[in-house]
Design a protein around this ligand. Structure first.
Ligand code: ZN
Length: 289
């Protein structure tokens, strides 16, 4: 099995979106008052070259969405900046890896924000798997009001429901296998959106967490800091705790979508513990015997 990181352009967001201030609706409102922008952050999509067929996790941004920016949701017009060229979309980058559109058997979406579903148009022949709850949240006029762009989905978009069972996988309460081999597993990681999920890939004793937007980087996950947009403080906090527990219990590589270090962390299989300074490592190591 081989995992690839594909950077589909970059985003800039408010610092109060990356690291939330306060709780609940106040935390979400702070973003609008914040005048400070982050640097350009990557928007990664992931390719799992699996013997059961290629699986793509998230599809990244789409240049076509920006070409008609005037009709984007006000949040995307004013609170987020996107940058992507057509040849940076996931389709051309997959072809450069030797992966054609018909080679991709499944596409799993962690959630339906536009920097994750913007490349869907490249996968008309694949099974697209989405959490039914996320789909309900994103579709229709209510979805548009929440900042999703359901009217920009490809006309053929009719995803298969990725129903997570109340079947715990490690510290995660809900899960579902994506491969017959059981080495690619979707797990519920609610918080950033109510039905956000992450994809775990188990390979040679290491668990790779394709984490979507559970946090914007590893430091924030370890510190248990919520982002600015999470819909549910308690769920988001519990998700970050579950990821820390996973990293304590097994060798884990944490790969959030917008972490500038994700690609390098993947290429070196750099574990969560290995990147911590000594003070923090102690917190997550099992107690000595
Ligand atoms: Zn998101």
């Amino acid at each position: 099995m081989k995992l690839h990181a594909i950077q589909t352009g970059s985003v800039r967001i408010k610092t109060a979106q990356v690291e939330g201030q306060g709780r609940g609706w106040r935390r979400r409102l702070r973003i609008f008052a914040d005048r400070q922008w982050t640097d350009w952050l990557p928007a990664y999509a992931w390719v799992i070259d699996h013997r059961e067929g290629v699986i793509v996790v998230d599809t990244g941004q789409g240049a076509h969405l920006l070409e008609t920016a005037a009709s984007l949701h006000p949040y995307q017009r004013w609170e987020v900046k996107f940058r992507i060229e057509r040849d940076e979309e996931i389709g051309p980058q997959l072809r450069a890896l030797g992966v054609g559109p018909r080679d991709v058997k499944r596409v799993v979406l962690t959630h339906l924000h536009i920097d994750h579903d913007g490349g869907l148009a490249h996968f008309p022949h694949s099974d697209v798997l989405v959490s039914p709850g996320e789909l309900r949240t994103a579709r229709g006029w209510m979805g548009r009001a929440r900042g999703y762009l359901p009217h920009r989905w490809p006309s053929w978009f009719d995803p298969l429901p990725l129903d997570l069972a109340p079947d715990a996988f490690g510290p995660f309460a809900t899960s579902r296998r994506v491969t017959s081999a059981g080495d690619v597993i979707a797990v519920g990681t609610p918080g950033h959106t109510a039905d956000h999920l992450s994809v775990l890939v188990e390979d040679e004793g290491i668990t790779y967490v394709l984490a979507g937007d559970t946090s914007y980087d590893e430091r924030l996950m370890l510190a248990g800091r919520l982002d600015g947009v999470s819909v549910d403080d308690d769920a988001a906090g519990a998700t970050l705790r579950a990821i820390r527990r996973l990293a304590r219990d097994r060798p884990t590589v944490y790969l959030p979508t917008h972490d500038p270090e994700s690609a390098e962390r993947l290429s070196h299989s750099r574990l969560v513990e290995a990147t911590r300074d000594s003070g923090v490592v102690q917190v997550f190591r099992p107690a000595p015997q």
